[in-house]
Design a binder for this molecule. Structure first.
Ligand SMILES: O=C(O)CCC(=O)C(=O)O
Length: 209
């Protein structure tokens, strides 16, 4: 990990940012936040060096493996608990620090932790949920960086049931989920049988200490 030559990063021009029209929410997509060369380097480095693990969640007293691998990284105090799973953070690495700085600048936010998800192929997924745990505060900004193969990202409104949206999150894209997204919407990454390569997603978060 220490040997990764950090690639040169070009600033985004305002025209390359897509403001997404989503009711009750503020969401922005930078489709080419990282160049393909940068994104490939980060993907390969993280895939190889992160201590990926497949955690289990408790459903009605039964322990079920989640359909993806993950790692939780952050400042010392930033414990995170979701669906009964309690994660204590691994320390920041130079590569993740570098990505955090780039993402903080683009999203105009500060983060003290990141959840890395590794979807090994299209049979890995994440089910409908919102990131609305109390340690994230009432209306958090979460910045989601995608590396590797493109996957669908779907959203549905919690109360206005006819409202749905989706996009593809490609290699090097950054999705900034701002005010209202977690409060009013749920999201998921569905299974995609035709996908036979991997994707790593990093959601940068701020845990209230
Ligand atoms: O992989 C993604 O794009 C979404 C990940 C996600 O929903 C999460 O980490 O809470």
């Amino acid at each position: 990990m220490q040997n990764l030559q950090i690639p040169f990063h070009l600033e985004q021009s305002p025209e390359s940012i897509e403001q997404w029209q989503l009711a009750d929410a503020d969401i922005k997509l930078f489709p080419h936040f990282l160049s393909t060369t940068e994104a490939d380097l980060y993907f390969n480095d993280l895939k190889k060096h992160m201590p990926w693990q497949q955690d289990s969640l408790n459903f009605g007293g039964k322990s079920v493996l989640i359909p993806r691998l993950q790692v939780w990284v952050g400042d010392k105090q930033s414990r995170y608990t979701y669906s009964g799973l309690s994660l204590s953070p691994l320390p920041w690495t130079p590569v993740l620090e570098k990505l955090r700085k780039l993402v903080e600048k683009a999203s105009n936010s500060e983060f003290n932790s990141v959840l890395l998800n590794y979807y090994r192929d299209g049979s890995d997924s994440v089910a409908w949920h919102s990131d609305d745990e109390k340690e994230l505060g009432s209306d958090p900004t979460i910045a989601s960086l995608s590396l590797g193969v493109s996957r669908y990202f779907q959203l549905k409104h919690k109360t206005k049931k006819h409202l749905k949206s989706s996009c593809e999150l490609g290699n090097g894209s950054l999705l900034v989920m701002g005010k209202g997204v977690q409060q009013h919407w749920q999201h998921q990454v569905p299974k995609q049988a035709e996908v036979d390569t991997g994707r790593i997603n990093l959601t940068f978060r701020r845990i209230l200490l």
